[in-house]
Design a protein around this ligand. Structure first.
Ligand SMILES: [Zn+2]
Ligand SMILES: [Zn+2]
Length: 179
């Protein structure tokens, strides 16, 4: 699928409604393609078959750009899939994808939870306490692989700022996070 086909498929799957706020996407509104089962799973649990499933058409939905920015880093469950405001056919397809890669999703979930618990449920940068669903898993050192040893949890605000590699490196050094 090329970029345009992916956008069309995402829009169709969502029936023109943002899956995060359940409001229609109006023609003047900016929207993006959302992977309901997040790409983070195949980035951290590196298996080609997981990447294929996460990138499959059934996992693509349309969301407002603004809604996407405010979204929790919650990992999907059967319940969150069933509560999606999309057709049953789409849900069934997505549930198949979910079941296919369930073990990897659980592995990712447990990695994120253990990193978060190790940090005493707080953001590695600002040290504010965060709920697990608000925590984003990030690499400590961008030069190294995504492994549990090279992982940290950040709050939403810090994870946005950490998209700038310079800032991230400065903070990692300051907080003495790298091993
Ligand atoms: Zn929305
Ligand atoms: Zn923070």
């Amino acid at each position: 699928m090329n970029v345009l086909e992916r956008r069309q498929k995402a829009y169709q799957n969502s029936n023109g409604i943002c899956i995060l706020c359940n409001q229609p996407i109006l023609s003047h509104e900016k929207w993006s393609v959302e992977h309901f089962i997040p790409r983070a799973i195949y980035k951290w649990i590196q298996k080609p078959e997981v990447e294929l499933q996460v990138e499959s058409a059934a996992n693509l939905f349309a969301v407002h750009m603004d809604c996407n920015l405010k979204k929790d880093a919650e990992i999907p469950t059967v319940n969150t899939i069933n509560s999606l405001n999309v057709s049953q056919t789409i849900k069934d397809e997505l549930l198949l994808v979910y079941r296919e890669i369930y073990d990897s999703i659980e592995q990712y979930r447990s990695m994120k939870q253990s990193v978060w618990a190790k940090q005493e449920c707080s953001c590695a940068f600002c040290k504010k306490r965060i709920r697990l669903v608000k925590a984003t898993l990030r690499r400590i050192n961008n030069q190294l692989e995504r492994t549990r040893e090279n992982a940290m949890c950040l709050c939403f605000h810090c994870s946005l700022k950490a998209s700038h590699p310079e800032y991230k490196k400065k903070m990692v050094d300051k907080k003495q996070l790298s091993k």
